[in-house]
Write a protein that binds this ligand. Structure first.
Ligand code: PMV
Length: 340
């Protein structure tokens, strides 16, 4: 391909089963604990990148709307580009056009897929390649790309891997690892997202990570997590939803418990969320359906189940949730690059 060809990076979002919450070192993006996630399939960011002529400046648009460097919500995007170009001496400026395949402002965090696609796409455009294999030949392995993506948003590192992904803090910022531990074919898990509220979160995850250390629940959480991680990995290895499910719920509630018990409490949970969670627990018992919830740093709920429960779950949800507040997704194989 010619060096100024447009390429498209497609990176799905992910949902954490074991949550990344709290950083040991903010500058190095060194997490306080291990996290484990599934990379999704159809909820993704697609970012088109075209290298520009000398003398031009980076441009960025999201869902067709241009955004500037000095806009508070978009500063991090331009700083991430600066970080990458300075680190590798890439001088060309880029035209970046990003879209999210899930509804905008629906309360679903897009930073994981967004920073994943920005990192992968920018590196491919600067390196003049249009495939992940060729990018690898230029010295950018998927794991290296994952580490670069996490510098924009921690959870973005996990989106660069397909299937089940484990981000381990290791013993120092430099020895962190981000690896796919099982491919998507291992276990066809499904995620039905229930949009409880559309607002984007008022308190950023950056503040949430910082505050976590002030919660009296945080130290006991960190002590328990290695055990929870190995139980989760075992449940995934055995494809045992009845073992994984209760751990998912405990984990999500504990993360929100930590958030809510900080010195400056961070309340992502809404009353509607609580009502929905107790309803789904009743449904699980009454209907004998193996469906379990998890959540991000927001009021929305992710319902995790196996493929054979999806249809029954869809029918159950029909009477409670409007169809436009539901997004059905599944575990996916990770990022792609396309050329034009
Ligand atoms: O990637 P960040 O800094 O937005 O943090 C994400 C934190 C959670 O989504 C709540 C949990 C996780 O592990 O993805």
């Amino acid at each position: 391909m010619t060096k100024s060809k447009t390429i498209k990076a497609i990176v799905p979002t992910n949902i954490a089963l074991l949550k990344y919450w709290g950083k040991k070192d903010e500058k190095e993006q060194w997490p306080a604990n291990d996290s484990l996630s599934i990379t999704l399939n159809s909820m993704r960011t697609e970012t088109k990148i075209t290298p520009l002529e000398a003398g031009e400046e980076h441009t960025f648009s999201l869902n067709g709307i241009p955004h500037q460097r000095d806009e508070a919500s978009f500063k991090k995007i331009f700083s991430h580009l600066d970080y990458l170009s300075e680190k590798f001496n890439f001088s060309k400026k880029l035209k970046i056009e990003s879209i999210n395949t899930f509804p905008t402002a629906c309360g679903i965090a897009s930073s994981a897929s967004g920073f994943g696609a920005l990192t992968l796409g920018a590196l491919a455009a600067w390196s003049g390649v249009d495939s992940i294999e060729d990018l690898n030949k230029k010295g950018f392995s998927l794991e290296e790309i994952a580490h670069l993506a996490r510098m924009g948003s921690g959870s973005a590192g996990r989106s660069v891997m397909g299937g089940f992904c484990h981000w381990s803090p290791g013993g120092s910022p430099k020895t962190q690892s981000i690896k796919s531990v099982f491919p998507k074919e291992h276990w066809d898990l499904r995620d039905t997202v229930v949009i409880i509220a559309k607002e984007t979160k008022k308190i950023s995850s950056t503040s949430g990570h910082r505050e976590a250390w002030t919660s009296p629940l945080f130290a006991p959480r960190l002590a328990e997590l290695p055990n929870r991680l190995s139980l989760m990995l075992e449940a995934i290895k055995d494809k045992d939803i009845s073992k994984l499910g209760p751990l998912l719920e405990q984990e999500a509630l504990e993360m929100h418990g930590v958030a809510m018990s900080c010195s400056t409490p961070v309340q992502y949970f809404s009353n509607k969320t609580s009502e929905f969670l107790s309803w789904i627990r009743t449904v699980r018992q009454k209907e004998k359906i193996q469906v379990y919830f998890t959540m991000d740093a927001g009021p929305n709920v992710h319902l995790i189940c196996e493929e054979n429960c999806v249809e029954k779950l869809r029918k159950i949800l029909q009477n409670r949730v409007p169809s436009e507040a539901l997004i059905e997704d599944r575990i996916g194989s990770g990022p792609h690059l396309q050329s034009f």
